[in-house]
Design a protein around this ligand. Sequence first.
Ligand code: DGL
Length: 270
Amino acid sequence: MAVGIFDSGLGGLTVLDAVSKRLPDVPFVYFGDNAHAPYGVRDADDVYNLTTQAVERMWDAGCDLVILACNTASAAALRRMQESWIPRDKRVLGVFVPLIEALTERKWGDNSPPREVAVKHVALFATPATVASRAFQRELAFRAIGVDVEAQACGGVVDAIEDGDLILAEAMVRSHVDALKRKMPNPEAAILGCTHYPLMQDIFQDALGPDVSVYSQANLVAASLEDYLKRHPAMVGSGTENMFLTTGDPAKVSARATQFLRRQISFQSA
Ligand code: DGL
């Protein structure tokens, strides 16, 4: 048994890195659906079908708990999966809620009515599918009132990162930040609502300026997973093997992953 970490491609490695540092004794199975990335330009049915196939593969690999370390899948597929697809003895969790709890300074399980929070102007950077789903605004509205969210769909950034073209990715990030600032000149906080974007976090921060607090998910998801496993210890078992699965070309994906995480990562075919 192990815990599964799913992403459309390489972005979830930012989450994997944080969870494996925080929970070094937990074995993780990472699944990158690189053959079908990016998800951010796909419709919700497509994202649902691809995500459920990948999660099934992770169950076969011995995971009872899978984290969708992919905002696009969390936004477009998770609710439908939770309503009718996930068997009783399995769990699938998304990445939005830990982020929104941090932004609204709430603890897990605080279901009190929405209230005013410190930040009023929030920039959301995410994929076109995540922005179109409005899932972030929906989750936020359960917890906070009076927060103005301006969303910027960052087309092209994930493709550039998956291709390893970080110069193009940087140029695109700067142009998306400019576009956001034309709509919201002075955000107080910025959410990196795609797990690929922490790979460009310094560029986002530089383009936004030092006064903007940039929230990225990896450490928040890791803290939330640690808390979850304390409350549900049976969801992780005695397996010891970390595994990296991809639907793409394992050699190519391993080389990119090694470049991003700066340590040797070896993917195998899913
Ligand atoms: N990294 C994923 C996310 O968090 C998906 C990016 C994509 O495949 O478009 O949204």
